[in-house]
Design a protein around this ligand. Structure first.
Ligand code: HEM
Length: 406
């Protein structure tokens, strides 16, 4: 569409150019033969320009088509979506035994992000965290690295130009300039106007805009060549993030690290996950979206959990709680809906997640208490019993099970 409009505009300006040449001819007092020669020269010049315009325009159209081929995955509008009445999805991913597996499922590209009625409230939390803990919320390993810039710009424009206005037009409304290019996006809930591209803003600002307009945390990883024997001879390194609600880890400790080092505290990662994950990362194709859902129990925090919790768990310094110690207003089943996809131009992989907190009282009230209590025991009877310690089970497990069964 952009291409067509540019073509029409260029044609009309080409016509305007021809009559301009004609007027010049009329001004010259040459004999007829001279005028004919001049007219031929003018025609040649005009054809040359027109031809060049055509090539330029053709190239623009080609560029649009190429980028469209890369970017235009069909995104369907979510039908009958009303933010005010959209309840958060209820994920109950716990199983009788915890097995450390990738547990990935393929998703349709339209299902990338889920918005629900908690969005306005949670954006306020996100904005205040960006003010209080700027270095925790946004991280970039290098502002001047062209690959990182490309990856952030690519994610940014996919979100604001393509995905969000198509999927949630009642929240994100695009504005076009005179040449029909999308130049800004209005967040109809907050009233803020967002640039549609990140080309003219710093990477920090771009990630901050993402973080303050989308209730999702984003981690951008890029492949790096290695001599080691890894699939595709590459390793993936965390280059940039916008993350308000990481659970029990600190993204600023993870930036610049490879996938395997990021997961260092996860027991048996090397033995059980590393190979398949490296293979998966090497093979993930652009246009494919996958998800996994994890779960944990938290007893003394709400959404903000930017702390390294693995240390005290493994040092065994956590104080065991009794049921009486439980603050039910701060005891949650915490679940992340995580997705992964590759950005075609930069080759980056985006790991994104949305954090859901389900009050433990609700789990009990809906009748899932016994299943969750069994799953808590199942942390110790699955493929990696150490995961119980990793998830701080020594501290809360008995208290929470007792509550769920009471
Ligand atoms: C196929 C993709 C992935 C799989 C299967 C996976 C798997 C896991 C698992 C099993 C855990 C233990 C806790 C849990 O049950 O969730 C974990 C923790 C974690 N994952 Fe991943 N992960 C994936 C991708 C990523 C990526 C791309 C990042 C990049 C930032 C990441 C960052 C983390 C972090 C920071 C932790 C916590 C580690 C800590 O305690 O310090 N994961 N992951």
């Amino acid at each position: 569409m952009d291409g067509k409009i540019q073509l029409a505009a260029a044609n009309s300006s080409a016509c305007g150019e021809a009559s301009h040449h004609q007027r010049i001819l009329e001004m010259f007092p040459f004999p007829v033969a001279g005028q004919i020669i001049l007219a031929i020269i003018a025609l040649i010049i005009w054809r040359f320009h027109r031809c060049k315009w055509f090539i330029d325009i053709h190239e623009d159209v080609q560029k649009d088509v190429t980028s469209a081929q890369h970017q235009t995955v069909e995104i369907d509008e979510l039908e009958n979506f009303h933010l005010d009445s959209s309840e958060p999805p209820k994920f109950r991913p716990f199983k009788p035994k915890y097995h450390l597996t990738m547990g990935l499922e393929t998703l349709g590209c339209s299902d990338f992000l889920i918005f629900d009625k908690t969005y306005p409230e949670r954006l306020k939390i996100r904005r205040s965290l960006a003010q209080q803990h700027p270095e925790d919320v946004i991280g970039i390993i290098s502002d001047s690295d062209a690959r990182i810039r490309l990856a952030v710009e690519e994610l940014y424009s996919h979100l604001f130009k393509i995905y969000l206005p198509a999927r949630y037009p009642s929240i994100f409304k695009t504005t076009r300039d005179k040449t029909d290019h999308i130049n800004s996006v209005e967040n109809l809930i907050t009233g803020s106007i967002i640039p549609a591209d990140a080309e003219s803003i710093s990477l920090h600002v771009a990630l901050k805009i993402i973080s303050e307009n989308i209730d999702e945390d984003f981690f951008i990883l890029l492949p790096h060549k290695t001599d080691e024997d890894t699939p595709g001879d590459v390793v993936y390194v965390l280059e940039a993030y916008s993350a308000c609600f990481p659970s029990g880890f600190q993204p600023r400790d993870k930036i610049g690290k490879r996938l395997a080092d990021i997961h260092r505290p996860v027991p048996k990662y090397k033995e059980k996950l590393q190979k398949s994950m490296d293979r998966f990362f090497a093979r993930l194709e652009a246009g494919r979206l996958v998800k996994r859902i994890n779960w944990a129990i938290t007893v003394d925090e709400e959404l903000y959990s930017n702390f390294d919790k693995s240390g005290p768990a493994f040092e065994g310094t956590l104080k065991k709680m009794t049921m009486k110690d439980l603050d039910l207003n701060k005891t949650f089943l915490r679940s992340e809906r995580q997705t992964l996809h590759r950005l075609p131009a930069s080759d980056a992989i985006v790991f994104a997640f949305h954090t859901y907190l389900y009050p433990i009282q609700d789990i009990k009230a809906e009748g899932s208490g016994e299943d969750l209590a069994l799953a808590i025991d199942g942390l110790q009877s699955g493929s990696v019993p150490e995961i119980f310690t990793y998830k701080n089970g020594e501290k809360w497990a008995d208290a929470v099970k007792q509550y769920l069964r009471s």
